[in-house]
Ligand binder design. Structure first.
Ligand SMILES: Nc1ncnc2c1ncn2[C@@H]1O[C@H](COP(=O)(O)OP(=O)(O)OP(=O)(O)O)[C@@H](O)[C@H]1O
Ligand SMILES: [Mg+2]
Length: 225
């Protein structure tokens, strides 16, 4: 992100959600965006994830300048490169765990056989095999968030964006979700950007970017590699 700004509304009621933000994610990074409620964390992640458009500045993903591209034109980039995990899981309620995870692969148009193998593998890996046929309402918050992570991972994205993935979970379940994400980062080299205002989460990750009133105030790396 180069000098990116995002405004909501017009005239006197205009809100600056992000103001002249420069932000860089390198392959294999695990970065936490920390900041108070309303500071601009979700806005930043939505822009990075190509599910919202900036009003100013440039966003370059893997060498492609997305600035002039519409959200529709960005769909293939989202599908190929990025997985998104939301605070409230955002699973499709009328689909089972298996079907929720299968969805992005159906969009990609993969054949049935490959889809079955990939979905099976990822559900296995995240310990969800027993929950395959269950609907979101039949699962705990932690299980639903693991299904959401499986859905984000199944396309083998190089970048996962997670917007307060532990906010709706108790602290023990939240910690296990963070452990899972750290593991994915280390073992699979998936780049991760996660937002949180929970110090338990922030303290676990070495690369922290602090945001306040839509501006990045400070970046720190506690344990440089
Ligand atoms: N659709 C919208 N319309 C108007 N204002 C918005 C909209 N979305 C966000 N904002 C405003 O933009 C600012 C940044 O919001 P954002 O959702 O990015 O904050 P956040 O850091 O994710 O907060 P939280 O921790 O509560 O999720 C806030 O002042 C918010 O009220
Ligand atoms: Mg938010």
């Amino acid at each position: 992100m180069v000098d990116v700004s995002r405004y909501y509304g017009t005239g006197e009621g205009r809100i600056t959600a992000l103001s002249h933000v420069d932000f860089d994610v390198k392959a294999g990074d695990f970065t936490v965006i920390a900041g108070l409620s309303g500071s601009g964390k979700s806005t930043l992640l939505h822009l990075l994830g190509c599910i919202d458009k900036q009003d100013d500045g440039r966003i370059i993903i893997d060498g492609t300048d997305t600035t002039m591209m519409s959200l529709e034109e960005l769909a293939p980039i989202r599908l190929e490169k990025i997985g998104f995990v939301f605070q409230s899981f955002n699973l499709v309620p009328v689909l089972t765990a298996y079907e929720n995870v299968e969805l992005p692969l159906l969009f990609k148009g993969l054949d049935k056989h490959t889809i079955k193998a990939r979905v099976g593998d990822i559900l296995d890996e995240l310990g969800l095999n027993e929950r395959k046929k269950h609907y979101p309402r039949e699962m705990s918050g932690g299980q639903q968030q693991r299904v959401a992570i499986a859905r984000a991972l199944v396309t083998k994205p190089s970048l996962i964006l997670a917007d307060e993935p532990t906010a709706n979970l108790d602290s023990q379940t939240g910690t296990s979700i963070i452990d899972l994400l750290i593991d994915l980062n280390i073992k699979k080299g998936v780049s991760l950007v996660l937002s949180s205002h929970d110090s338990v989460v922030v303290d676990r990750i070495s690369n922290i970017v602090y945001i306040s009133d839509g501006s990045i105030k400070k970046a720190s790396r506690k344990n440089p590699p």
